[in-house]
Ligand binder design. Structure first.
Ligand code: EPU
Length: 336
């Protein structure tokens, strides 16, 4: 393991923001982690996976660890399931494709989500009617202060919408080394998300398969979300807000078209993309930063944006949405 100093993180974040890390190291094997603890390397540590959900606004102090722990192993199976242990530095989409090639179902709706396997539980990534928590059996992580590896079963992870214990009590306290998934041998197709049904019809898919679902998900994502290799971005910048049904009914009197998804008897989720578009931001550009023209939930870097310019744009968006709808948007990206 080589410790580098004052390295630009531009190639390591999909927003493409140029900010230095004070110290930087790549970890390819979990046995390096005890060494980092024993040698008392900088106490402030930041783990970087695919860098697809962060906005860098200032130089990163302490040690930034680029996670490159690889490996996909089948560790158990029964008549209905397989248990697959995956190194946290594996690229999420490559794992999804590997699962599909082996006929293991459960992650096909999550195709093409950028980032690594280790970042998936932190964020409880979700798309097209599925959240990753549904297929996570357990997680293994190195605890920096305790100086040992711990298993965390799915219940201990406190998964919520784009949320988990790793964003709260365990924030910056652990390094996730592997995730074990419980996948299905017989698929249970989830086509509940409207856009999937429409795309299946458009692509004239008559026989459902996990591959067919992944193909339509890839087609939908490609049409709406900018490719970070071409335009810097971190996917959805904000979460979809959950509001009281009463507030929703009141808003509907003024905005009859406002979409919603039921959460429970008393609350609904409203698409932040719709709210932002209604405030006139879709396709907005100010210098090097802006709002994607096909999905208003995605802020973009046209090349040389400063992280603070993206942050300021997000502040303005929060303000206008609050003024127009009385709803406070929360950021989904992690701000460093
Ligand atoms: N909408 C607009 N204008 C926009 C964008 C969306 O009116 O500019 C409306 C759409 O017409 C639709 C609704 O908002 O009625 C929902 O849009 P979409 O299906 O694109 O999904 P989303 O709610 O905007 C969420 C996730 C995405 C995920 C998709 C599909 C969040 C914050 N985002 O977006 O996740 O891919 O659903 O399941 O929950 C991510 O987390 O980075 C991400 C991309």
């Amino acid at each position: 393991m080589q410790l580098q100093q004052n390295i630009s993180l531009k190639p390591y974040n999909t927003f493409g923001i140029d900010m230095p890390a004070e110290y930087f190291a790549e970890v390819t094997d979990e046995t390096f982690l005890p060494l980092i603890t024993e040698n008392d390397l900088p106490s402030e540590k930041h783990v970087l996976g695919g860098g697809s959900n962060i906005l860098l606004t200032k130089p990163v102090k302490g040690l930034t660890i680029h996670n490159k722990i690889k490996g996909i192993f089948k560790i158990n199976e029964d008549e209905h399931h397989v248990w697959i242990k995956v190194g946290s530095g594996e690229i999420w989409h490559e794992f999804v494709m590997y699962a599909i090639a082996n006929g293991w179902a459960g992650v096909e709706n999550l195709a093409l989500i950028p980032g690594t396997v280790g970042a998936a539980p932190i964020q409880n990534i979700g798309a097209y009617g599925v959240e990753v928590k549904e297929v996570i059996d357990n997680i293994s992580a190195w605890h920096w202060e305790a100086g040992q590896f711990f298993p965390y079963n799915s219940n201990e992870c406190a998964f919520g919408y784009r949320d988990s214990i790793f964003k709260h009590q365990l924030k910056n306290k652990v390094f996730i080394t592997s995730v074990t998934f419980k996948l299905n041998k017989k698929p249970k197709f989830n086509t509940s998300y409207g856009a999937i049904e429409q795309e299946l019809a458009k692509m004239k898919v008559t026989e459902l398969s996990i591959k067919a679902i992944a193909d339509v998900v890839i087609a939908i994502r490609t049409s709406k979300l900018p490719d970070p290799k071409k335009i810097g971005n971190a996917g959805s910048f904000f979460k979809n807000p959950t509001i009281a049904k009463q507030q929703y009914e009141h808003l509907k009197d003024f905005h009859p078209q406002i979409p919603s998804y039921p959460v429970d008897n008393d609350t609904v989720k409203v698409p932040a993309g719709w709210l932002i578009e209604q405030c006139g931001w879709k396709g907005f550009r100010a210098g090097e930063t802006g709002v994607h023209d096909k999905q208003a939930l995605v802020l973009v870097n046209y090349g040389h944006a400063d992280g603070n310019a993206v942050w300021n744009l997000s502040e303005n968006i929060v303000k206008t949405v609050k003024d127009k709808f009385g709803i406070t948007l929360e950021r989904e990206v992690q701000v460093w």
